[in-house]
Design a protein around this ligand. Structure first.
Ligand code: NAD
Length: 300
């Protein structure tokens, strides 16, 4: 299929690479020149703008940081027309970014009014999952669009869920990431407690993995440097899933809680921890660097 891919960051670049591997004709666009050059080296075409990348696309996929980027791309800003008004033909639109359900619905309604099919399809699985093509896609939108998208999504992921109408994918993803934020900070807290009481972090990790404290953050994303080969922690927390993106997702969970009058004490605590960590200058590090927050005073 002819696919336009917009947003080639930590997640988008390996996702687009997997679509190329699956035999699709991919045209890419990102604001960062080097990101496009890298994909070109792997066989992608490049668009000079998002609109140019989408010109002959049957499917448009976006993978952008936050709702503001997604709204600007599709709806336009400061008097400039958005992509929805530039699409003369009718490609299927799949936004894989994590944004608020309200933003997804706003873009989705505008797309529907123009006769376009829009799906929100946020992902889980991290950069490792994006590289391995084993992401989980959590899709919101109509069933026909979901069926149309499935073969494309299968080029990037293993588990493809239909959560409900437009926005439902985002609700499920935000619930998942609130739990992940809680699990990562809890894991970091437990590791730090053990180390401050004389334990080796690798030994403690192995014990907890085989015990009732085992969880995804501990098992596949260990936040302590050197414990797990290939983890973000073992490469100075570079790349991966940024602290600021986790703080954004926990903020989205907080907004959902306010709207639904739901109580989320653990999610609120996690949001505060990641916001504090970001305010201390670590917003651009992988979110497992929350471990550093707990390491203050080590060795005293
Ligand atoms: P990132 O910051 O690494 O990449 C975003 C990319 O979008 C950048 O390359 C940036 O240049 C590009 N961009 C921004 N505005 C643009 C525009 N108008 N046109 C074209 N390109 C534009 O972010 P990421 O880690 O790849 O995450 C993307 C989304 O996926 C976020 O919503 C994030 O919450 C979600 N997510 C990330 C992970 C992860 O592990 N990193 C996991 C699951 C979900």
């Amino acid at each position: 299929m002819k696919i336009a891919f917009i947003g080639l960051g930590n997640m988008g670049a390996p996702m687009a690479a997997n679509l190329l591997q699956a035999g699709h004709d991919v045209c890419v666009f990102d604001l960062v020149e080097a990101a496009m050059a890298d994909l070109e080296g792997q066989g992608a075409r490049r668009g000079e703008s998002a609109e140019a990348a989408c010109r002959d696309a049957e499917v448009v996929i976006s993978m952008l940081p936050a709702g503001t980027h997604v709204r600007s791309l599709y709806l336009g800003r400061e008097g400039q027309a958005g992509l929805l008004d530039a699409l003369g033909h009718r490609p299927l639109i799949i936004d894989a970014s994590t944004i608020s359900p309200d933003d997804a619905r706003t873009v989705g309604v505008a797309a529907t009014e123009r006769g376009l099919t829009y799906l929100d399809a946020p992902v889980s699985g991290g950069v490792g999952g994006a590289k391995a093509g084993s992401l989980t896609f959590i899709v919101g939108g109509d069933a026909q669009g979901f069926d149309q998208a499935r073969p494309v999504l299968e080029g990037m992921g293993k588990n493809i869920f239909h959560a409900g109408e437009i926005g439902a994918g985002q609700v499920a993803k935000i619930c998942n990431n609130m739990l992940l934020g809680i699990l990562m900070s809890g894991t970091a807290e437990a590791l730090s407690l053990g180390v401050k009481n004389g334990l080796d972090p690798a030994v403690l990790s192995e014990i907890m993995k085989q015990s009732s404290g085992g969880n995804w953050a501990l098992n596949v994303y260990n936040p302590w440097p050197g414990v797990m080969e290939g983890s973000a922690a073992s490469r100075d927390y570079q790349g991966g899933f940024l602290t600021d993106l986790m703080a954004k997702d926990l903020g989205l969970a907080w907004e959902l809680a306010l709207k639904a009058r739901a109580s989320v004490p653990m999610g609120s605590q996690a949001r505060n921890l990641f916001a504090l960590h970001s305010a201390q200058g670590h917003g651009g590090l992988d979110f497992s660097s929350i471990q550093q927050l707990y390491r203050a005073g080590e060795g005293q």
